[in-house]
Design a protein around this ligand. Structure first.
Ligand SMILES: Nc1nc2c(ncn2[C@@H]2O[C@H](COP(=O)(O)OP(=O)(O)OP(=O)(O)O)[C@@H](O)[C@H]2O)c(=O)[nH]1
Ligand SMILES: [Mg+2]
Length: 682
């Protein structure tokens, strides 16, 4: 496919991804200005960009969700999706990637961001998504581009293919040479670069760099290899064909240079997308869309408008869809489209029906969720992608600031998790807390801000209660006697209980060994109830577990005994008995698996030891060269904010999963503090 040849026509969807703060939102702004979608390029620092328009994003000066913006370039319709860079908000990128034709990975010449880059490239490699690298912020470059490529290459499994070299003016990059076109350009601020003569040292550097580019391309093209060996200059169209083919077949990652804040390198990027990136036909094929006269769409994001209407941002992969189209998912009815909208950041505009390849918002698909495959055929189209659950790493307990908002809070949670599937809401039956689980500190902060800003339910937060328990270490026999004689009917129950510790994880067992009817059969269940009741709140303040209670003796009164009296007697036995059984605190211990770049493994070691962690072993992380996996056992209380330390020791990329393992005895100062805190809270 030559520069002027049969580039795919029609609507495209392009993701802008990349490490934290690399300039994606700025690049989107530059693209929109360049394509005339907006009058003037705004800036992140001034809070005037199309992306990051929500209160939370502006407030934190970072992207916290994907922004969709529509533009037109040389007659084709494009939707660009500006994805957040922080790993805590990676869910929005994951939901969008499967449906895009290509991604532009915006990155910087910054060694610290290489692991993040690797993480993102992984996603693209695993999902077979063609991608360019846009090496941004070259206005701040302090190294040679070739060195930067060397620095970044380990993050990519595919070879990075430098397509442009900079023109230096002293210490400043003032323009670039395009190695495929063999033309030199000087950058103009907020205007297309100007062609200049390629001469002198730049011309010889160009020859050398172009040869390197062609050599890489020739790795997958024997004919080109022959031409290079025989010193034959390959025709320009042939080079463009190879560039396009090798991008689409995921053999190389072309690298372009730029300065997003000044809109430098943006036109070349757009042209490369236009001529080289695949279009909807190829993308539908990659996804395995089965086109049989029906509309098929993938839901990329869900949001609720200020007036409460649900919007499903979707890419139409085949067929037509408009007002009144009824969509289904493989599992359920998605609903009837009420309104098709063009997206421009937080603004959406009603438009006519959508055609294949277009990315729009559909109104009122109440049964649709992010990740759903929508279709209109008699039989629902099978799911195109597998939606993976998100492992949460941090939790906060939340409560409506005002009691009257409790009901509203429930509805707000539904919308919140619809918009962000990487949040999980858990109602803890024991502590009566509502806990939000998420991907990190900022993620949870933004979630609570959204509850207030978007859904009008201000909340207070606090750390969730740890699931402590207590048990006993010594057996005892004890009498529980309840006798009341207050005129008229009295109350009488009398039991003897044998209380014994059980091994960890046994829970609670009850047994009756009454002989001779000293406690009549019909009262025995009441005794057990009384015991269970008392075990909910042991002498240390926690639920008592891992013990065996036997009813071994007792007495009754023909008139005054009752279920109630025996229940009380059972409870008294436990309340009076347990303090004599050497009660001890139990804390939940989890098995934790931390993944991190190998440079950070020693730091993980230190973090784990400082948090009473027991390291079980280190391994190389399977399939992840340069990464380690550290396994440890750790107390739940220490896992609480572990992610904050892990992230700060790994430039934001480390993470972990955890799973309950066992309860362990806890004594000493830490235990005393926990017990005292519990008493104070009660
Ligand atoms: N010097 C320079 N600064 C830039 C350039 N592009 C972006 N910036 C600055 O880098 C900072 C981050 O830019 P954003 O566009 O918000 O980056 P982002 O990748 O969208 O950030 P997240 O979405 O939060 O990951 C802002 O202060 C920008 O002004 C550039 O080309 N040169
Ligand atoms: Mg951004």
């Amino acid at each position: 496919m030559g520069q002027n040849g049969s580039a795919p026509k029609g609507p495209r969807c392009i993701a802008l991804v990349g490490p934290f703060q690399s300039g994606k939102t700025t690049l989107l702004e530059a693209i929109l200005a360049r394509t005339g979608a907006i009058q003037r390029q705004g800036s992140v620092d001034a809070g005037t960009t199309v992306g990051d328009a929500s209160k939370e994003a502006r407030g934190h000066k970072m992207s916290v969700e994907a922004t969709f913006a529509t533009g037109n370039f040389m007659g084709d319709n494009y939707v660009f999706v500006d994805c957040p860079g922080s790993i805590e908000f990676i869910h929005d990128m994951r939901s969008v990637l499967p449906a895009v034709d290509a991604a532009v990975v915006v990155c910087e010449a910054d060694e610290k961001k290489v692991p993040q880059l690797q993480l993102i490239l992984r996603e693209l490699e695993d999902q077979n998504i063609p991608h360019f690298l846009y090496l941004n912020k070259i206005d701040k470059a302090d190294k040679r581009v070739r060195e930067t490529i060397k620095l970044l290459q380990p993050a990519s499994r595919l070879p990075l293919l430098l397509r442009q070299i900079p023109i230096w003016n002293g210490d400043i990059i003032s323009g670039f040479v395009d190695l495929a076109l063999e033309r030199a350009y000087v950058y103009k601020e907020h205007a297309p670069s100007e062609i200049v003569e390629l001469k002198g040292e730049d011309a010889s550097r160009e020859k050398e760099a172009r040869f390197t580019m062609l050599e890489t391309l020739a790795d997958h093209d024997d004919q080109l290899m022959e031409q290079l060996l025989e010193d034959i200059e390959p025709p320009r169209d042939k080079v463009f064909d190879d560039l396009s083919k090798e991008l689409r077949e995921r053999m190389v990652v072309p690298v372009l240079l730029g300065v997003a804040t000044r809109s430098n390198g943006v036109l070349r990027l757009l042209k490369a997308l236009r001529h080289e990136a695949p279009g909807i036909a190829e993308t539908a094929q990659r996804l395995g869309v089965d086109v049989k006269n029906e509309a098929v769409a993938l839901v990329l994001k869900t949001f609720h408008t200020a007036h409460g209407g649900k919007m499903s941002v979707a890419r139409l992969l085949a067929g037509q869809a408009g007002d009144g189209t009824t969509f289904n998912t493989p599992e359920r009815e998605a609903g009837r489209v009420s309104g098709v909208f063009k997206l421009m950041g937080q603004h959406f505009e009603k438009r006519a029906q959508a055609s294949p390849g277009e990315t729009v918002a559909f109104g009122k698909l109440d049964g649709a969720k992010t990740g759903d495959t929508l279709s209109t055929g008699k039989q629902a189209h099978p799911s195109l992608i597998e939606v993976m659950p998100y492992a949460p790493v941090l939790a906060t307990a939340v409560q409506a600031k005002e009691r009257k908002d409790d009901v509203k809070l429930g509805a707000a949670f539904t919308k919140l998790t619809e918009e962000d599937p990487s949040l999980t809401i858990v109602h803890d039956a024991e502590s009566h807390e509502v806990v939000i689980w998420g991907q990190g500190e900022m993620h949870l902060r933004v979630a609570t801000e959204r509850l207030a800003d978007r859904f009008a339910v201000p909340v207070t937060t606090r750390p969730p209660t740890v699931g402590y328990r207590e048990t006993i270490r010594k057996p005892i026999n004890i009498r529980g006697r309840h006798k009341k004689q207050s005129g008229g009917h009295g109350q009488f129950g009398d039991v003897v209980l044998e209380i014994k510790p059980l091994p960890r994880g046994s829970g609670f067992q009850f047994e009756e060994r009454i002989t001779g009817g000293v406690v009549p059969r019909n009262y025995i269940p009441a005794v057990e109830e009384g015991v269970i009741d008392a075990l909910k709140h042991g002498p240390l303040g926690f639920t008592v577990v891992d013990l065996h209670v036997a009813l071994i003796d007792g007495s009754y009164h023909t008139v005054d005994s009752s279920d109630m009296a025996f229940r009380t007697a059972g409870r008294i036995g436990i309340v009076e008995g347990l303090p004599q059984c050497q009660p001890v605190l139990l804390e939940p211990i989890h098995e934790v698996e931390i993944v991190c770049p190998s440079e950070a493994t020693a730091k993980m070691n230190a973090i784990l030891s400082s948090r009473r962690g027991q390291i079980l072993g280190f391994d190389a992380r399977e399939g992840w060269p340069g990464w380690d996996l550290v396994r440890a056992q750790m107390a739940e209380a220490e896992i609480g904010d572990l992610i904050i330390e892990v992230r700060s020791a790994t430039a934001g990329v480390g993470s972990f999963t955890f799973k309950f393992d066992h309860m362990a005895e806890l004594t000493g100062r830490t235990a005393d503090q926990i017990i005292a805190a519990r008493r104070a809270a009660e």
